[in-house]
Ligand binder design. Structure first.
Ligand SMILES: Cc1ncc(COP(=O)(O)O)c(C=O)c1O
Length: 395
């Protein structure tokens, strides 16, 4: 099937004959969450224990998770919370934005910009860097004003941009902070510095689809003692300490429960192996896609490690992505993963008042990329099925 045909397939309206599947085909899902049987047993034992002890929140497992996760990133403090969204908002509240502007990429998840608004700031949307789907120092520099409080860099798909050192240097030179939204980037790094260890503080998400999960959950990591202390206060209703009922900040219930921390601890132990599997799958895709004219895998920096939260590939020209996804699913049993992102934030109705005009690179690339299935436990035969399907549809 050629691209011209695909273009004619309107908004997922697929002709009948395309609904026919090869009989022996096993569906390849977009993602899969893996908990090995022995890990489930380990988790269940410890949940039994905390149910018995009654220590169900802010206990020893949360503290262990904080220590091990921040330790993995080479950062001194970890503050476990109930989502990546709350991790972001806590960091931004601690930094006291007070009506100032925060530069955020437009190709990110809703929560990155929403947290800025919730913390009392104004998001200023930046166009993306086509190379690593992040932002470029030149774009940041052009957008700075006296009202700029800081920048949020998002490691899209688990890629830490090669511009990271230059972005950190620029923020330091201009006297603004840099925060990393590392929701996608557990275990990723650039030149041996972990994602999350570049900025003044970083947020991670442990939502189920992420590279590692705690069911729901998030983590703030920072080397800044004051920010760590503020984050602990905000996380627990703005209380000066766990045992004292003096509310000194406009906090919230952003705590992580012990069962969540237990799940997170086990997945953290599996993280290196899960990333190794993802990287192997990515290298099979790299090989398999080398001959494609119409689909280019997004290159990752050579001196970095990408966890391949997403395997991103860019279509050579605007195509009917929805139709393509439907054909792959209906005819070839291949489900593509969600994009990063389908629509840039400056085009979302809720952020209309922060939109200052078109951001052409993001508008183009957001509509023109796809994310291939990638997950631990994916078989080589699944990869070949995906590649075969792509070849047939757009090869
Ligand atoms: C880039 C980014 N930031 C923040 C979040 C929010 O994380 P959570 O869903 O844990 O609140 C997500 C989650 O999807 C994300 O992808």
């Amino acid at each position: 099937m050629d691209i011209m045909h695909l273009k004619k397939v309107n908004g997922g309206d697929v002709p009948d004959y395309l609904h026919r599947k090869d009989d022996c085909m096993t569906p390849v899902p977009a993602a899969k969450i893996q908990f090995l049987p022995e890990d489930r047993a380990w988790i269940a034992d410890r949940i039994q224990e905390v149910l018995g002890s009654g220590q169900l929140t802010l206990g020893k497992y949360g503290a262990e998770f904080e220590k091990k996760f921040s330790g993995l990133c080479g950062v001194r403090h970890g503050i476990a919370v109930n989502s990546g969204t709350s991790a972001l908002e806590i960091i931004l509240r601690s930094l006291e934005i007070d009506g100032r502007d925060v530069l955020v990429p437009t190709n990110t998840f809703f929560a990155t910009a929403a947290a800025v608004v919730h913390a009392g700031g104004n998001p200023v949307f930046l166009d993306m860097d086509p190379d690593f789907f992040s932002i470029r120092p030149e774009t940041v520099e052009k957008s700075l004003t006296p009202k700029t409080a800081g920048i949020i860099v998002v490691h899209i798909g688990g890629i830490v941009t090669a511009h990271m050192p230059a972005l950190v240097e620029l923020a330091e030179k201009k006297g603004i902070w840099l925060v990393e939204d590392a929701a996608h980037a557990h275990g990723s790094s650039f030149r041996s510095t972990s994602a999350g260890a570049f900025g003044i503080a970083s947020s991670f998400s442990f939502y189920p689809t992420k590279v590692m999960t705690s069911a729901e959950g998030g983590m703030i990591i920072t080397n800044n003692d004051k920010l760590a202390e503020e984050s602990r206060i905000y996380r627990d209703q703005g209380k000066a300490s766990f045992t004292v009922n003096a509310h000194v900040r406009m906090g919230y219930n952003w705590r992580m429960s012990e069962p969540h921390a237990i799940i997170g601890l086990k997945h953290l132990e599996r993280l290196p192996a899960m990333i190794a599997e993802r990287r192997e799958i990515a290298s099979l895709y790299d090989h398999g896609l080398a001959g494609f004219r119409n689909l280019r895998p997004l290159a990752v920096p050579e001196d970095g490690i990408c966890n391949y939260y997403k395997y991103i590939a860019v279509l050579s020209e605007k195509q009917d992505r929805k139709g393509l996804k439907t054909i792959l699913r209906e005819k070839h049993g291949v489900s593509l993963a969600g994009e990063v992102y389908e629509e840039p934030l400056h085009k979302q109705p809720v952020f209309e008042k922060y939109c200052t005009g078109p951001l052409p690179i993001s508008e183009d690339l957001c509509s023109r990329h796809i994310c291939l299935p990638i997950f631990p436990g994916m078989q080589e035969s699944d990869v070949h099925q995906v590649l075969k399907a792509l070849k047939e549809v757009i090869g």
